[in-house]
Design a protein around this ligand. Structure first.
Ligand code: ATP
Ligand code: MG
Length: 374
């Protein structure tokens, strides 16, 4: 690999690149293709940026800022128009073709064997044949999503919805309209476009959209500048904040404190901004309270009756090797999971049941019910 060329492409000096290789850039030699990934953001380069050994660079997907006060954020961050897309709840994947092979990268810049198999199956070959430079940025969603399993989308397995397009060796993205046009032309799914509004009239429309999505258990929205000149801004539904809390309190010792606090704070701001009636505010309080207490009680009771606290997920793969590789991939990401023996299914592939261990919550709860101090 020609380091000087890579440094030039990244827009940094060779010396800088060498110093980053000592502390921020990590090598990943499995699975193929080998790459170096940015563990943190630095010098204007996003975390998760991957430099492949053939010299191709796939930049990390930019962080999306979150609004707490919707109306003020719309006014402050957008000019005359605003496009509203659904924010789908799964995990972020960037798909590119490296030396002719489809590769799916996770947020952190690892090649994920399962996502790679899914992407290869769902993305028509012609897409990368015609556009070898393309990077498809999208969300993997569905019940057979081993990271964030949700059964609210029209699939009984896993599906890929694109929300942006980029190119290898290029930091930019093409934005909302080009993405939807491209998806339409190439038979790909895109995150739903929920409308485009004049900024001065957007607030009421958006509140209505967020309420409707919330009732369906969907996550929220991402507001985008139709001209792709302003950074996108995200905003989530109360029901989704609560369903996050529910999961986090069930496995309360495996989540960082900020995960809980940030969601509670979002609820406070939404309740204040939406001028709720007393009754609506009480309903919200009840919803939040239930999403905290009920899963916690459930966890404690389970442990009291001697059960292990675990999380069950399943995936379907075409190739049995994908399951083995995915097991290794989860292990190297620090996740403890037990994979059952793959079961052949009617589709000529395999069903794999996975038990994710939540060690910290499990051990902490056991200690507490034995009288240990917090
Ligand atoms: P971030 O650092 O990007 O905020 P996060 O891990 O905190 O990441 P989220 O709160 O889920 O993630 O919000 C951003 C993510 O939302 C994006 O990285 C993307 O994976 C996902 N997403 C879902 N739908 C969309 C959409 N329509 N447009 C853009 N991103 C979307
Ligand atoms: Mg997400």
């Amino acid at each position: 690999m020609n380091l000087q060329r890579i440094a030039d492409k990244l827009g940094i000096t060779l010396k800088k690149l060498e110093s980053l290789q000592e502390n921020i850039i990590r090598r990943s030699s499995w699975p193929e293709p080998r790459l170096q990934r940015f563990e943190k953001a630095t010098s204007g380069i996003e975390a998760g940026t991957a430099i492949f050994d053939n010299g191709d660079i796939v930049y990390g997907y930019p962080k999306i800022r979150r609004a707490l006060m919707l109306k003020a954020a719309i006014k402050r961050y957008f000019s005359d128009r605003i496009a509203v897309e659904e924010k789908m709840n799964g995990y972020n994947v960037r798909v590119a073709s490296i030396d002719g092979e489809v590769v799916a990268l996770t947020r952190g810049g690892f090649v994920c064997p399962y996502s790679t198999e899914v992407a290869s199956r769902l993305i028509p070959e012609v897409v990368f044949n015609d556009h070898p430079e393309l990077v498809l940025c999208g969300e993997m969603v569905g019940p057979e999503n081993p990271y964030v399993s949700k059964d609210i989308y029209p699939t009984d397995s896993i599906d890929f919805y694109i929300f942006d397009l980029s190119r290898k060796n290029w930091k930019g993205t093409l934005g909302v309209h080009k993405t939807h046009e491209f998806a339409e032309e190439h038979g790909l799914r895109a995150t739903p476009m929920l409308g485009e509004f004049r900024t001065d009239r957007a607030y009421d429309e958006i509140v209505g959209i967020v309420e409707r999505l919330g009732k369906k258990g969907h996550e929220g929205i991402v507001m985008k500048d139709p001209e792709n000149k302003a950074m996108p801004v995200k905003y989530t539904c109360s029901e989704s904040n609560c369903s996050d809390l529910e999961v986090a309190f069930r496995y309360y010792n495996d989540y960082a404190l900020d995960f809980f606090v940030s969601r509670a704070v979002r609820e406070g701001f939404q309740s204040a901004e939406w001028n709720e009636s007393d009754e609506e505010r009480r309903a919200r309080a009840l919803r939040i309270g239930e999403s905290i207490l009920l899963p916690l009680v459930d966890t404690v009771k389970k442990k009291m009756s001697g059960e292990q606290i675990v999380q069950q997920v399943q995936i379907r793969v075409k190739n049995i090797q994908t399951a083995r590789d995915f097991e290794y991939h989860l292990r190297r990401s620090g996740m403890k999971a037990i994979f059952d023996q793959p079961e052949p299914n009617d589709e000529g592939g395999y069903l794999v049941r996975i038990t994710k261990l939540v060690m910290s919550t499990n051990d902490k709860t056991q200690a507490l019910i034995e009288g240990e101090m917090w």
